[in-house]
Design a binder for this molecule. Structure first.
Ligand code: ADP
Ligand code: ZN
Length: 614
């Protein structure tokens, strides 16, 4: 929110608000929307960082409707474009997309509408837009604005670098008089700087909203035993709710999806190794289903705008705090309470660091990326509020604890384990980094099967009887996080050795203490006392049947048109209708969530469902 933000003239904003009400059915702007829209309406370019679900799209959609000419929207994924265009068409907006999935007849029709000046919004991919013939054809078309969605993709400091985004810098000289709006949900200060430089937005205003997502309840736990088993436990404890499980490899997504199906959960795997058709069928099924669980690699995500995802579980740790926030952020876009649960381990960290070390990039890029991995694990394995840690990471100041994450509601107890740590470190040292964790624990307990004379003769053999095997495993994990031990991934059969030699020496001399965490479960009362979700609608049991009937009607209407249900109405809108029980059009219009286009299209059908419950 720095740079020159001029006070917007009242009138264009009033008109914009009227469009928000009429087309989208929302009463007023929220957050920084009004400021961003005023900037674009004044024909100035800008960068806007608004949280997921914060309503980035109307920031360019409304100015595109108000300004003369065609609004171009650059978007990285076809799924994202398809969803947005379907939603706009439902609302009665003249929108279309041109991408490789659109058939030639439809393309020709779209070009006719563009040239006749009938289209308000056109969605394109970066590589599609930058083709010479496309640019040439567009140069003869008046443009209202160019929006660049997911703008963090332009930055190699970000977490989702897409080289084709780099070409978009040329838009500045190709369309010097067209305002450009770059939007993204996640960009730390350095990434923002990169976006501005690459997209040539240097003198433009920057709008950065709070990264708070009060509807998200965060938790994280160290992996203990089988992560797959834990995921099944977590998912089956949340029955009948749509969710996403992220796993680190294609095989794992298949295995976890199968384990979930065996446990009776409608789960599907999703990864880049599947055929295109299979992927798009599964995506469609997930978007349209009320309770499917998608088990996916990070190939699944950007552009998945399903608003009612109730949980995101990381079966393996994400790659960075940006990725964490983006992936977790896919839950609760409708503003209702949703959960983000992360399983992580020292092995995940070692693997991430190893991958960076092997990458062929400049040393300074490597050290930034290594730093990001360390910050992520400091957050996951830390003891302070998780939501606050994320917000501080993105540069917010004066952040308060969320009061609802596992670290805010649970108790963390620390105890000194320096003496045990000395034993573990010296055992790892004597074993010379040739064995894995299990063998190290067996050694400490003196339980190694078929032990060699050499090993039995070591002074550390069996010196750890005072702790259980699982306590030793926890301590070793702790030492790995602290860098006192180091794990060589060794192609999936990791070996444990001594880490930072100077730090290890300090532990032996007693100058550095090692503390272990014990997480106490939150008392049941605090858990229940969670704040209600933003804008949450609590349905009374007497309204529930009507709500279900409205959802059934919506499912039929969606199926008939091959669109996801939520592009017709969100759950929240249906819940509000079930409560208000409008008898007539005017009363229905007073319920937020659907503009005039939807009212004209669905008003009678909805009123009929309501009347059948009168
Ligand atoms: P994102 O910033 O994640 O791209 P979207 O643009 O998809 O978010 O908007 C998220 C949801 O919030 C959508 O359902 C949208 O209709 C809704 N929304 C946007 N602006 C407002 C507003 N001013 N008031 C209420 N709901 C809004
Ligand atoms: Zn918290």
């Amino acid at each position: 929110m720095n740079a020159a933000v001029a006070k917007p003239a009242a009138e264009p904003l009033d008109e914009a608000r009227e469009i928000l009400r009429r087309v989208w059915g929302h009463a007023d702007f929220r957050g920084l929307q009004a400021q961003v829209i005023a900037e674009v309406l004044a024909a100035r370019s800008a960068l806007a960082v608004l949280p997921t679900g914060g309503g980035k799209s109307v920031c360019y959609q409304i100015p595109a409707l108000m300004r003369p000419g065609l609004g171009l929207v650059v978007s990285p994924l076809i799924a994202l474009m398809a969803d947005q265009v379907a939603g706009l068409q439902q609302a009665g907006v003249a929108a279309a997309r041109l991408d490789s999935n659109v058939d030639p007849d439809e393309k020709a029709g779209t070009w006719r509408r563009i040239e006749a000046g009938e289209l308000d919004l056109l969605y394109v991919s970066p590589e599609g837009l930058m083709q010479p013939w496309m640019l040439e054809r567009l140069s003869r078309t008046p443009l209202s604005l160019i929006a660049i969605d997911e703008a963090h993709c332009v930055s190699q400091w970000g977490h989702d670098f897409r080289p084709e985004y780099r070409m978009l810098g040329r838009l500045a000289e190709l369309f010097p008089n067209v305002p450009r709006l770059a939007v993204t949900a996640t960009a730390d200060a350095r990434t923002r700087e990169d976006i501005r430089a690459e997209l040539r937005l240097e003198p433009s205003a920057e709008f950065v909203a709070s990264f708070a997502r009060p509807e998200l309840v965060l938790s994280a736990e160290r992996k203990r035993g089988s992560a797959q088993k834990r995921v099944v436990e977590l998912v089956t404890a949340r029955p009948g709710r749509p969710g996403v499980v992220y796993a680190g490899s294609r095989d794992k997504t298949e295995d976890i999806a199968k384990a979930l199906r065996d446990a009776g959960v409608p789960a599907m795997a999703y990864h880049a190794g599947l055929e295109k058709q299979v992927r798009s069928d599964r995506l469609e099924e997930f978007l349209e289903a009320d309770e499917a669980v998608m088990v996916a690699t990070i190939a699944f995500g950007m552009g998945v705008d399903k608003p009612d995802v109730r949980f995101v579980i990381h079966a393996d740790a994400p790659a960075s705090i940006e990725a964490y926030w983006q992936e977790i952020g896919r839950a609760g876009r409708d503003g209702e309470t949703a959960e983000g649960i992360t399983l992580y381990g020292a092995a995940d960290m070692a693997w991430a660091l190893r991958r960076i070390a092997e990458r062929e990039v400049d040393q300074d890029v490597k050290s930034v990326q290594t730093g990001k991995v360390r910050q992520l694990y400091a957050l996951l394995d830390g003891t302070g509020c998780r939501a606050a840690a994320v917000r501080r990471y993105f540069g917010e100041e004066g952040v308060e604890a969320c009061g609802q994450c596992d670290l805010c509601t649970g108790r963390i107890e620390l105890s000194d384990a320096t003496e045990a740590a000395q034993k573990a470190l010296s055992a790892a040292h004597r074993l010379g980094g040739r064995f894995g964790r299990g063998r190290l624990v067996d050694h400490l307990l003196g339980k190694t099967k078929d032990v060699s004379d050499f090993e039995e003769g070591l002074s550390t053999w069996g010196i750890g009887q005072e702790l259980s095997a699982s306590a030793w495993r926890d301590l070793i994990e702790q030492l790995l996080f602290e860098g006192l031990l180091r794990e060589d991934p060794n192609d999936g059969r990791p070996l444990v050795g001594i880490g930072d030699a100077a730090a290890v020496k300090e532990v032996f001399r007693g100058e550095r203490r090692v503390q272990v965490q014990h997480r106490a479960e939150a008392p049941a009362r605090t858990r229940k006392a969670r704040k209600p979700a933003r804008d949450g609608v609590a349905l009374s049991p007497s309204d529930q049947p009507l709500f279900e009937a409205l959802r059934a009607w919506r499912a039929r209407a969606a199926k008939a048109q091959h669109v996801p249900p939520y592009v017709i109405f969100h759950d929240r809108t249906l819940a509000e209708i079930a409560q208000a029980r409008p008898g007539r059009r005017a009363a229905l219009a007073a319920v937020g969530g659907g503009g005039e286009g939807k009212l004209a299209r669905y008003g009678d059908a909805v009123l009929e469902v309501v009347a059948s419950f009168a």
